[in-house]
Design a protein around this ligand. Structure first.
Ligand code: HEC
Ligand code: HEC
Length: 289
């Protein structure tokens, strides 16, 4: 039984026959292109369920005809990345770090790779861009404790500093007051002299007395003028860059009972190519010599 189609007076369109409080509903069907796209997505989703993992089950999920897994995709991607890395790593391993740094393509590769390794291994101590922290040297300036050319950087990081590796860099400042090499008063005097090396001491007499002690006790490592000695990892005391603070109290504490930074050896923990890439990256940070 078909009812006669009622048309709306104003628009002239057919109505659905529904009316609420005298308001009639126009019959405006979905455009056919929209409907076909909708049907197509249904067909597509059924195909997707069949081919890919889709439905959860009590014990797992439907695996799909292709047997795709996220883990499988990841290991494919890792294998592809390793295939791409292989030739680079091989070239880096075969050459000395300086030769690698002299080849523009390998240099760029090493800086990018070194940055990633640095972020994972070194940044916890040295900071994200090598900006350092109290007791931990800045790697991005041109002030070096042990030398900032590539060879010395690589040596510092391969064997470490004051760690357990037999080739670790070592040197220790005597515990002047604790071991009674200097009295506390003498330590204060030489402290005043050190303050005056980097700026101005507010006690010129003490600084003058301290200068003589410095020549006797400190110059052997820190140099006559306090410029430091990279063979011994003895810092430049004139440059206003301080590991342990530049206030007179910090300096006197260091003279009385010195602190010594320890850095672990990385040889054996990181592979040879990583160590070379890291050395090149650290050298590139801005302060390489
Ligand atoms: C546990 C903290 C720690 C970690 C991790 C660490 N370092 Fe160090 N590093 C130090 C300390 C402390 C010193 C300073 C030692 C000293 O006082 O002579 C240092 C010194 C250095 C130096 C010598 C700086 C100079 O002025 O001569 C280099 C180069 C260096 N680190 C590179 C690295 C690299 C590259 C890594 C990552 C593979 C790394 N460090 C990881 C603590 C760390
Ligand atoms: C045997 C060598 C040696 C002698 C002698 C020595 N020092 Fe040092 N000094 C060092 C080393 C090495 C360091 C760095 C410690 C570190 O890296 O953690 C240092 C660090 C310092 C620091 C800290 C610098 C900073 O950046 O915070 C001061 C200050 C200092 N020495 C003053 C003196 C004074 C003053 C004397 C003489 C009374 C003296 N030192 C004698 C080796 C020496």
């Amino acid at each position: 039984m078909t009812e006669p189609i009622e048309r709306d007076d104003v628009t002239g369109r057919p109505t659905t026959g529904h009316a609420w409080d005298g308001i009639k509903e126009l019959n405006t069907p979905l455009p056919s292109w929209w409907l076909y796209v909708f049907y197509a997505t249904i067909v597509f989703s059924i195909g997707y369920w069949v081919i890919y993992p889709a439905w959860p089950s009590l014990t797992g999920y439907t695996p799909g005809l292709l047997g795709t897994t996220a883990r499988g995709q990841l290991s494919d991607q890792m294998a592809a990345a390793a295939r791409m890395r292989g030739p680079w790593i091989e070239k880096i391993s075969r050459q000395t770090t300086e030769q690698v740094a002299a080849d523009p393509a390998l240099l760029a590769y090493s800086i990018a790779g070194g940055r990633a390794i640095f972020a994972g291994n070194c940044a916890p101590c040295h900071g994200a861009g090598g900006q350092g922290a109290p007791g931990i040297p800045v790697l991005a300036d041109d002030e070096w404790l042990w030398g900032g050319d590539i060879v010395n950087i690589e040596r510092s990081l391969r064997y470490g500093i004051r760690g357990t590796h037999p080739d670790a860099r070592r040197s220790e400042m005597p515990r002047f007051v604790v071991d009674e090499l200097l009295t506390p008063a003498q330590a204060a005097d030489v402290g005043a002299h050190v303050v005056s090396l980097a700026g101005e001491s507010d006690d010129a007499d003490a600084a003058a007395r301290g200068a003589a002690i410095f020549t006797e006790q400190c110059a052997v490592c820190h140099g006559d003028t306090g410029n430091g000695d990279m063979e011994l990892g003895a810092p430049d005391l004139t440059d206003k860059i301080w590991l342990y603070g530049g206030a007179s109290a910090n300096i006197i504490a260091q003279i009385s009972k010195p602190r010594h930074g320890v850095m672990p050896a990385w040889e054996g923990r990181l592979d040879d190519a990583s160590l070379k890439m890291l050395s090149i990256y650290v050298h590139s940070l801005g302060g390489g010599q």
